[in-house]
Design a protein around this ligand. Structure first.
Ligand code: ADP
Ligand code: MG
Length: 610
């Protein structure tokens, strides 16, 4: 509208010469270009006492019109609104990647009830409901496979394009796609608690939590905008003193006002951060805000949990050594307990008992202790499973000679007992993730010198895994509080990131400078405590996110450097070299656009899979 009005005025002025059209064109250019920003700027001024930079543009255009340069004022308004629209689109592009997630979830699901199936809105689903998933359908809420086997495309959530095969018991994530089989799914979480809602919540929180440099540029922008406004008034008087006519002084003061406007400076940081947050979200790495991104860029030490973080957390039972009774009896007790636990070890034991078709012992009053184990009552007896701490607590003897071999091996051991008697040991193995070693190598080559492992598991196993990952600093047999203390110590020497998955990691995640949680397999508590969620669970992407964070800082530096230089040049030209107003406008708007485009480079350089 502004541009059309301006175009009409220009055509008339130079080609037709009716005058009337020029006037109408200019009036519409000013009306459309100046009134809306003026209204919103005045609102901000009176409601929040904040001076909007847009107001500077309006003041400059009006000043230009007053001194008989209305066309130049209209050029200013037109360029201002065009570049505003372009910026808006660019920033919208950055924001879209996340919003697109919302549209991925289906709105209805096919619920199985006693009369067959019926279609219900997804928001009606509750835990325990059973739903039919047909090939090509999206998973409506988080759940698990009840019947059927097939593969899923989880790329919407994890960014990983390889299909993942699913058998009964496997977790299904909201918004992922069922590729080939008819599955019956059991609902585990309501819509509000499912993966996508959680992710969207994370990102909404992210937008509210501004990065330190973002806060600075907003603070600076405010003060600076006032300074420009006052400075221009002073400049006007200065030009008058310098023997300029009233008109010329006002024109040049308006030019200075435009030249000195801090649009490019103020957008430097948010444009870069928004682009980076979007790029990383598309790659399966979710930051809870620009602040986390900036802290990751500064991180010098990375500490990793082992089970479920460096290893897949898809543990399997490798052996059962019964000291009293049969191996199956031992497993039946252990799985009766472990079905209440979220720990990777627990699911290994439960599925082993299932595959042996054992009837698990009924256990009540179950209490689980992070990094120790789990205990409860089975009828008259108290039963327990866990590491030697729990055995010690019960007064059980773990020194039986028959245990020597397994104790010497590099495996995870679960001691199972009844009252004060040790019944036997279950050995569990958990493969290292194939991306762990690569990710750590990438971090090292990016200049991270200290990589530390912190685990609640046994030392022999911890060291074996650490060696494979080329980690030399290993802390084993830790309780959750020990992890917190170690993280504190590390953080005192240099900015520290902690990567973990479990309930036992939550405190350390919260304490670290940057807490990074394994997104999909990780526990809810860990996700809540963390600053970053690694949805793809690919350590290579963690290294990529770190690289992106550093690049973001570099882009911010470039933006600010460029914006400041351009502004100083324009102001100098405006003050001393009679810079024409349209050139000031082009320089100013062009500079702002360049800053936004430079930031978009981050968006076009997404996090890649390994
Ligand atoms: P990590 O720190 O490597 O993630 P955890 O702290 O979660 O490991 O677990 C440490 C140890 O505590 C395990 O190796 C296991 O011996 C014991 N443990 C924890 N939870 C359980 C459980 N539910 N059942 C049996 N053992 C457990
Ligand atoms: Mg863990």
């Amino acid at each position: 509208m502004t541009a059309t009005g301006l175009a009409a005025a220009l055509v008339d002025e130079y080609l037709v010469g009716s005058g009337a059209i020029t006037l109408v064109g200019l009036i519409s250019a000013y009306g459309a270009g100046a009134i809306p920003p003026a209204i919103s700027a005045l609102k901000a001024l009176f409601s929040k006492g904040e001076l909007d930079i847009d107001l500077l543009m309006v003041v400059a255009a009006v000043a230009a019109a007053l001194v008989g340069a209305p066309v130049e004022g209209a050029v200013l308004l037109a360029l201002f609104s065009i570049s505003g629209a372009l910026e808006h689109r660019a920033m919208g592009k950055a924001r879209k990647a996340v919003e697109a997630l919302m549209q991925l979830r289906p709105s209805v699901a096919e619920l199985i009830d006693k009369n067959g199936t019926r279609t219900v809105p997804v928001s009606d689903l509750k835990p325990g409901d059973q739903v039919i998933l047909r090939p090509g359908a999206r998973v409506p809420v988080d759940g698990l496979v009840r019947e059927g086997e097939g593969s899923m495309d989880e790329s919407t959530i994890t960014g990983e394009s390889m299909p993942v095969s699913k058998a009964p018991g496997a977790a299904l994530h909201e918004a992922t796609v069922n590729l080939n089989a008819v599955l019956i799914m059991e609902v585990r979480r309501r819509l509000e608690e499912s993966t996508v809602s959680q992710m969207v919540k994370l990102v909404t929180e992210a937008q509210a939590m501004k990065a330190p440099s973002e806060q600075f540029s907003a603070w600076f922008g405010q003060r600076y905008t006032w300074a420009v406004l006052i400075g221009s008034v002073l400049a006007y008087f200065g030009f008058l003193l310098y023997d300029y006519s009233h008109e010329l002084a006002l024109y040049r003061a308006a030019t200075l006002l435009v030249a000195a406007s801090p649009c490019a400076i103020v957008i430097s940081v948010p444009a870069a951060i928004l682009s980076a947050l979007s790029a990383s979200a598309r790659g399966g790495v979710l930051f809870k805000g620009g602040a986390a991104l900036e802290r990751l860029a500064e991180t010098r030490i990375f500490a990793f949990d082992k089970t479920g973080t460096l290893t897949t957390g898809k543990a399997v039972v490798t052996g059962v050594l019964a000291l009293h009774g049969s191996a199956d009896e031992l497993l039946a007790i252990a799985s009766g307990l472990e079905k209440f636990s979220e720990h990777p070890i627990a699911s290994a034991i439960v599925s082993e008992a299932k595959s042996r078709s054992l009837t698990e012992v009924v256990v009540e009053q179950v209490v689980s202790t992070a990094s120790v184990g789990i205990a409860g009552r089975a009828g008259e007896r108290s039963v327990w499973a866990g590491n030697p701490r729990i055995a010690l607590l019960r007064g059980a003897n773990v020194g039986d000679l028959r245990l020597r071999d397994v104790q010497a091996s590099a495996q995870t051991l679960v001691y199972v007992g009844e009252d004060e008697r040790l019944l036997g040991v279950i050995t569990v193995a958990d493969e290292p993730r194939d991306t762990s070693a690569r990710g750590i190598r990438a971090l090292r080559s990016a200049g991270i010198e200290r990589v530390v492992m912190m685990t609640g598991d046994r030392r022999p196993l911890a060291e074996l895994v650490a060696k494979e990952m080329n980690i030399s600093e290993v802390h084993a047999d830790l309780l959750p509080a020990d992890k917190v203390q170690l993280v504190d110590e590390l953080a005192n020497s240099a900015p520290t990131a902690f990567v973990g998955d479990g309930v036992n990691d939550a405190a350390a995640l919260a304490r670290a400078d940057v807490g990074i949680a394994m997104g999909v397999a990780g526990s809810e508590v860990a996700l809540q405590a963390a600053d970053v969620a690694l949805l793809s669970e690919d350590m290579q992407r963690l290294a990529e996110a770190h690289r992106l964070a550093r690049r973001t800082k570099a882009v911010i530096r470039q933006n600010l450097g460029f914006a400041l230089t351009a502004m100083i040049a324009l102001v100098t030209a405006g003050a001393f070299f009679e810079l024409p107003l349209p050139l000031a406008v082009i320089g100013h708007e062009g500079g702002t656009l360049l800053v936004v485009l430079n930031s978009l480079r981050l968006l076009w350089d997404p996090i890649r899979a390994s």
